[in-house]
Design a protein around this ligand. Sequence first.
Ligand SMILES: Nc1ncnc2c1ncn2[C@@H]1O[C@H](COP(=O)(O)OP(=O)(O)O)[C@@H](O)[C@H]1O
Ligand SMILES: [Mg+2]
Length: 254
Amino acid sequence: MSKVIAMAGKGGVGKTTVSALVTRYFTKHQKDPLLAIDADPNSNLGETLGLNIDKTVGDIREDFMKNPQGVPSGMDKIVYLEMLMNQVLIEQKTFDLLVMGRQEGQGCYCMVNNILNRFSDELEKNYSYLLVDNEAGMEHLSRRTSGKVDILLLVTDYALRGLRAVGRINEMLGDLKLEVRQKGLIVNRAPETLSKAFLDEVESIGVPIVCIIPEDKNLLEFDMERRSILEMEEDSPAVVAVHQMMEKVKEMIE
Ligand SMILES: Nc1ncnc2c1ncn2[C@@H]1O[C@H](COP(=O)(O)OP(=O)(O)O)[C@@H](O)[C@H]1O
Ligand SMILES: [Mg+2]
């Protein structure tokens, strides 16, 4: 079964950036098949990886619900939906990307959702690693049939608010149908030394720090110039930090 690495944390703390850096790690250092899943409706993992996204799983669901008669005559609707899903999958040399897009609106989407969920469950089997960039509620993760997450990486910036959001997510985990095997805290945009107040709060949450990422001005530049994080230099501070983290994470989830 594929190893699942998932991100969580409040908006703006760096989940997508870390996801892109983890993808970069895989493309350069770990050649196993990786499926990156952008499960945050407001997210832009594709963009940070330099990819153009024109259709999401949410779009397929929406189009289908608006026009259920659009299924070509003689074609089974399951086959049709699966064909559309295959078009949404972005295939790269070193990884594939699936963008979930918007969650459903009003109305009964159960049938379509079941088909789409079954398709992504089947798809996942083709990869050694799955990387999920989540929205705060982790809706996508709790929907998968195998509710297993090998490591949940909780991301915070260097602020008590981000850290408390992590604490809340951590407490909420028990309510989700999820088997989270390991957890690790990522402190992003961190100064050289973390204050005692911050570390005390970390301790009270009880999730061990697996990575400390400094402010990296190259990230700002890449963001402004819309360049792919995959092209960042090997010695850029954020790249170094996530690279080291992945060496550790791989051992943790072996
Ligand atoms: N370590 C860092 N140094 C500099 N800029 C960063 C760093 N981490 C994230 N950023 C920037 O912060 C912004 C928000 O990050 P993002 O990864 O989109 O957060 P999230 O996915 O959690 O909402 C982005 O513009 C990103 O380039
Ligand atoms: Mg994001």
